[in-house]
Design a binder for this molecule. Sequence first.
Ligand code: C2E
Ligand code: MG
Length: 404
Amino acid sequence: MSRQYAIKIAVVDDDPVMNKLIARMLGNLGHTSVTLWENSQAVLALIDDPDTSPDLLILDLNMPGMDGLEFIRHLGERHYSGSVILFSGEGEPLLLAARKLALSHDIEILGYLIKPPAPEDLAALFEKVGAPVGSHAVKKVYSADEVRTAIAGGEMVNYYQPKVATGSGLVVGVEALVRWQHPDDGILLPERFIGVAEAHGLIGDLDVSVLANALAHVKQWQDEGSVISLSVNVSAKNLASPEFADIVAKVAADAGVPPQRVALEVSERLLMQEDQRALIENMARLYLKRFRLSIDEYGILSVPMNRLRDLPIDELKICMKVVHAAWADGDLLTEYKDCLAQARDLNVEVVAVGIEDMDDWNFVRRKWNESDRAQGHFIAKPMPAEDFPVWLMDWHKRLSAGFK
Ligand code: C2E
Ligand code: MG
């Protein structure tokens, strides 16, 4: 008997004949849990409920009403953690553009199908990743209540990833990265719960608790003699909210850490989705209070420069997808240099993220490519607060030994 797979697949195409054709092909490949949708709005409702959210979407790009490109944006806003196969009769350029858009939203694309689809093309896609569709698709999804209880119960803990000056190698700061210390499932990465928190109005509490915990650690290290700056990630939803600046100022003042040493990072792609007027107002307010503002994950869907010029920013963080191995890839190298040039033009500090090995490290230190700061696994992976002092001593040893 052929194998059967229980992953939830949703096929989204306004053409019912095409939907049925794909369903038949999937059935022949052993997939039994397949639903067909002619209306993409209904699929978004499906995704909002962890019990019904599909593990894999087969998505037609050309649909009336909400087209596939808009749909991808909505998937990004929901931090959809399943996989997507793109489907279109419009030819490859559209599929490639849609793929780039999806990547910029951190949506996993398994591949694409050109209409009319051949059964062997679909089979090849599944084969490429190994059926069922990769580990991504079978991960447990957490409900808003579980996330709410975890925030209130102190299960969210901070890990810290150091940021170093590229020239001297000296440690200048840490970025706080939240983890969920789940009582049954172990340490969970933010991709598993940030989307739920954002979709259910919990991200304000989450970001403020991460900030308060991080300030306490930075104050402790400051008292022990390591004066370093702190970066925290904030959802653009929070930055667009009128009370946020005052809350941040109060939490920092209570902790005794000067605002000049606290940077708020907001991701480039989320920045574009919020009300621009509210963002400018609140970012300006934080700037007046002397907090630092940083544009995170810069370089995939670069925000137009005129928009960036409107914002009082201090730092651009070039994303890992552009930095890592840029020394070996002409396209990445061009993108990296463009990002550097834009940062220089805006007169802001530039951080290269995703320094994974010695080659990346040497690359961002080279004269014409030099960023101001660097962050990545070559320097350190995110670590619990208690490991930071030991890592710091170790890093200084590695640095003075020239990484031999
Ligand atoms: P981000 O702010 O861009 O953080 C960098 C991510 O890249 C982190 O993943 C970090 O562990 C990872 N990383 C850094 N260097 C390397 C490297 O050299 N190689 C590889 N493979 N990965 C590297 P993490 O911790 O999973 O965080 C993912 C995202 O979740 C963050 O991206 C940030 O956008 C979001 N996030 C984390 N903490 C918070 C938070 O407290 N609040 C909010 N709103 N978002 C958060
Ligand atoms: Mg960040």
